[in-house]
Ligand binder design. Structure first.
Ligand code: IPM
Ligand code: MG
Length: 363
């Protein structure tokens, strides 16, 4: 079978980490007899430089024609002028909105060999951290009405948090479906003591919950959730929340696992369409130096196989290979600790491929 993948390498370390993920996909293709057809596209700062816009029309159109999108990272100090009309991040919002990717899945998983890299105390980590943040991605304050105006000689700016029942129901149902396949605990995070949109959110969660009697549901205010994630992360299985709360909490969740350089993410829409990217940014300070950790992008490619192409076994082969490389003590700078073997981006990619090559494919 041939899968069409739109590849957006992006800015900073994006190209380096994506290249390693593509090498891994090639090995998967050979081993399991799949063909991946790539279309390389521009988005972000590099697209602003070359095409004068962060998301050229061609990029969005080609992504729509593809089965999935694999993205490195966008942004960097070169384009970081807060007064500028165009910003690289607009490419992400344009892709999310344009492709209808309403569900952002960010697993917070502590890899056992990286335990020491977590900033949390051993007794807090206990037997491990493994939960998933399900973030609404095409609504809320990110897409609501915003603007500036003047009143009584004073400048004002505003942004609007707005959600429809349909938008909430869609993401909440997805989160329940994910919880059913995991440990069946769903925490819905909101600010219902203040926000009207949160009160609606809560009501919809309650309504959808009736269809999932096997899932234990609880509601948590976002400030409390931020605290609970570092106080007792083991209480969580699946967290579902709005676009902005999810943005904030997923960064916190990734941090406690030891390295943001390890975590993949999936943004999924109708018909399994998806965009897959590492959680980390473009890390301009180490761009082009061969130091970046490619594992988050490699694991994002694994998520692509799992969610968009339904290739479970292939995805698990990648995940296992990554775990074995970590168990063998190899580390990029971001996850390095005393006594481990320090490697660069390319070496890390090759190590994963080495492990993959030893996986036996059942005939
Ligand atoms: C993320 C990022 C983006 C977001 C930015 C870069 C627009 O922080 O993917 O979490 O806020 O969604
Ligand atoms: Mg973010």
């Amino acid at each position: 079978m041939t899968y069409k993948v739109a590849v957006i390498k992006g800015d900073g370390i994006g190209p380096e980490v994506v290249d390693e993920a593509l090498k891994v996909l090639e090995v998967i293709g050979e081993k399991y007899n799949h063909k991946f057809e790539y279309k390389f596209l521009l988005a972000g700062g590099c697209a602003m430089d070359e095409k004068g816009t962060p998301l050229p029309e061609e990029t969005l159109e080609e992504c729509k024609k593809s089965d999935a999108v694999l993205l490195g990272a966008v942004g960097g100090p070169k384009w970081d002028d807060p007064t500028a009309k165009q910003r690289p991040e607009q490419a992400l919002l344009g892709l999310r909105g344009g492709l209808g990717l309403y569900c952002n899945l960010r697993p917070a998983l502590l890899y056992a060999p990286l335990r020491a890299a977590s900033p949390l105390k051993d007794e807090v980590i206990g037997d491990g951290i493994d939960f998933s943040v399900v973030r609404e991605l095409t609504g809320g304050i990110y897409f609501g009405d915003r603007g500036r105006f003047e009143e009584n000689n004073e400048q004002y700016a505003y942004d609007t948090e707005k959600y429809s029942v349909t938008e909430i129901r869609r993401i909440v149902k997805t989160a329940f479906d994910i919880a059913v396949k995991r440990n069946k605990i769903l925490t819905s995070v909101d600010k219902a003591n203040i926000l009207e949109s949160s009160r609606l959110w809560r009501a919809v969660v309650e309504e959808v919950a009736k269809d999932y009697p096997e899932v234990k549901v609880n509601h948590m205010y976002v400030d409390n959730a931020a605290m609970q994630i570092v106080r007792n992360p083991r209480q969580f299985d699946v967290i579902v929340t709005s676009n902005m709360f999810g943005d904030i909490l997923s960064d916190e969740a990734s941090m406690i696992t030891g390295s943001i350089g390890m975590l993949p993410s999936a943004s999924i829409g109708e018909n399994n369409r998806g965009m897959y990217e590492p959680i980390h940014g473009s890390a301009p300070d180490i761009a082009g130096m061969g130091l970046a950790n490619p594992l988050a992008t490699i694991l994002s490619a694994a998520m692509m196989l799992k969610f968009s192409f339904n290739l479970q076994e292939e995805a698990e082969a990648i995940e296992k290979a990554v775990l074995r490389v970590l168990e063998a003590g190899y580390r990029t700078g971001d996850i390095f600790s005393e006594g481990m073997k320090k490697v660069g981006t390319k070496e890390m990619g090759s190590l994963v491929i080495g492990e993959l090559s030893s996986v036996k494919v059942p005939c």
